[in-house]
Design a protein. Structure first.
Length: 465
């Protein structure tokens, strides 16, 4: 036989065998676990327990900025909820976290202008920012769209407020790509501006929604340059300021903020688990970050997603599912302005020499389920894809290679790190802003996400990797 024919034929047969094997395995999984998956979905959608918890959290506590009194109330609230479930163990894990206080003053207005004097601009202090002197600082403003442009205009920056005005790129179908394309000016822009003598920074909000609500988030100061105050500005006012500068480049803005940084304080991760019946030393983590920004209520980021993972344990208890492997829920503190909780957890498991089979993080909002993004070897991911006929029941469409989450990424040695991926088109409409409130969470979307995470957790426990 011609060798040119033999090789393609061999490849075809190999693929045929592989596909046939996957089909058989998928059918076996479907036959074995279909009833339990349907019970999970039915329980989640009929009882709406997580959604009720979310309402309680926001009516009685609200946002949960690391180091705040509200964050501690939320920690004890979650601890009590876990205890009420009757899980095998619940504990608080100490972690040192930053304490940054927004204060009561965050104002900006145009001054020393022939046409626009007195026009107020809607701003909010960026997380970790220093405040301004009492009465604020007043300076001319220079508009910048990229760090390359900042370098080119370095001589013009000294003594001015740098206005970073690169917009969120709406042409990307994945909104996380749009966010990633613009967020650098918030994170490192202020220090880059300070390097050239800027006295302050105003940053266009990183959002996909066109309104005038500032979207905050943390900045990262470079210790080698002076810390300058920095604020996010709503999109409508960002465009107004841009137009005003074109008409009157010498106008000045007064920026006044009384935010303040303090020494780190003690906080906690909240941890609960159900022990495995056959492989208790193989741990499967589900979780998210329990802290939030102090704008809005942190509903989609990350309250509802955390409660989805909390309810996984509750569903196992109320359906009397006894997992083969240990299921552990971790509510990490301090993801938004540091990773104190993630580091504390990583240190703990290393000291205890604990083995994590897998970890699932929910930190993309509580919208309609779409898929799971997995950091693992190709064979592990291929094996997990055999579970799609079961996961399809909760609207999960795909399992594919990709990132997982900020907190679980610190877990070393896990066979799979998994990110829950809901629909992302509305997430950055609310992200880090006053828009992120309880009313923005749809109960069915949230509970379907709970179902998806619970089913995947169950399959990991029963089938392993």
């Amino acid at each position: 036989m011609n060798s040119k024919i033999v090789v393609p034929l061999f490849v075809f047969l190999l693929l045929f065998v592989q596909i046939s094997s996957q089909t058989v395995q998928s059918k076996k999984i479907l036959d074995t676990h279909s009833d339990t998956a349907e019970q999970i979905i039915k329980s989640s959608l009929s009882e709406m327990k997580g959604y009720d918890w979310l309402r309680d959290l926001f009516e009685n506590i609200g946002p949960r900025l690391s180091g705040s009194e509200e964050s501690m109330k939320a920690i004890y609230w979650a601890e009590e909820k876990f205890k009420q479930m009757g899980v095998d163990s619940v504990w608080l894990q100490p972690a040192m976290v930053p304490k940054w206080v927004r204060g009561n003053i965050e104002n900006a207005k145009i001054v020393k202008s022939n046409k626009f004097s007195g026009r107020e601009l809607n701003i909010a202090s960026l997380g970790s920012s220093v405040g301004t002197p009492e009465g604020g600082l007043t300076a001319e403003v220079i508009e910048i769209h990229s760090f390359d442009e900042l370098e080119q205009k370095a001589e013009e920056v000294k003594g001015k407020i740098v206005f970073f005005n690169r917009p969120f790129n709406q042409t990307f179908t994945n909104t996380f790509r749009g966010y990633g394309d613009a967020v650098d000016q918030r994170g490192s822009g202020p220090s880059k501006a300070a390097k050239f003598g800027a006295v302050g920074a105003i940053v266009r909000s990183v959002t996909s929604k066109y309104d005038n609500v500032p979207h905050v988030g943390t900045l990262f100061y470079d210790s080698s340059v002076e810390k300058i105050p920095a604020a996010a500005i709503g999109l409508i006012d960002a465009d107004f300021l841009s137009d005003a500068l074109k008409e009157e480049p010498s106008l000045q803005v007064n920026l006044e903020m009384d935010c303040e940084n303090f020494e780190k304080v003690l906080s906690y991760n909240v941890i609960a688990q159900i022990n495995g019946t056959e492989f208790p030393d193989e741990i499967i983590v589900v979780g998210g970050h329990w802290d939030s920004w102090d704008k809005g209520c942190g509903a989609h980021d990350d309250g509802a997603p955390c409660i989805q993972t909390m309810e996984v344990l509750d569903i196992f208890k109320r359906l009397d599912i006894k997992p083969k492997r240990t299921i552990r829920c971790v509510l990490f503190i301090n993801e938004e302005n540091g990773i104190g909780g993630a580091l504390a957890y990583a240190d703990s498991i290393q000291n205890k020499n604990e083995y994590h089979l897998a970890a699932i993080e929910s930190d993309r909002g509580a919208y309609t389920p779409r898929g799971f993004s997995v950091t693992a070897d190709s064979l592990t991911i291929l094996g997990m894809q055999n579970w799609l006929p079961i996961l399809n029941k909760s609207l999960i469409e795909w399992i594919r290679p990709g990132g997982s989450g900020v907190d679980i990424s610190r877990i070393e040695g896990a066979k799979a790190l998994i990110g829950y991926v809901p629909d992302d088109q509305r997430y950055f409409d609310v992200h880090h802003s006053d828009n992120d409130i309880f009313e923005e969470v749809h109960p069915r979307e949230m509970q379907l996400g709970t179902s998806a995470i619970a089913i995947l957790t169950y399959l990991l426990s029963e089938e392993g990797l």
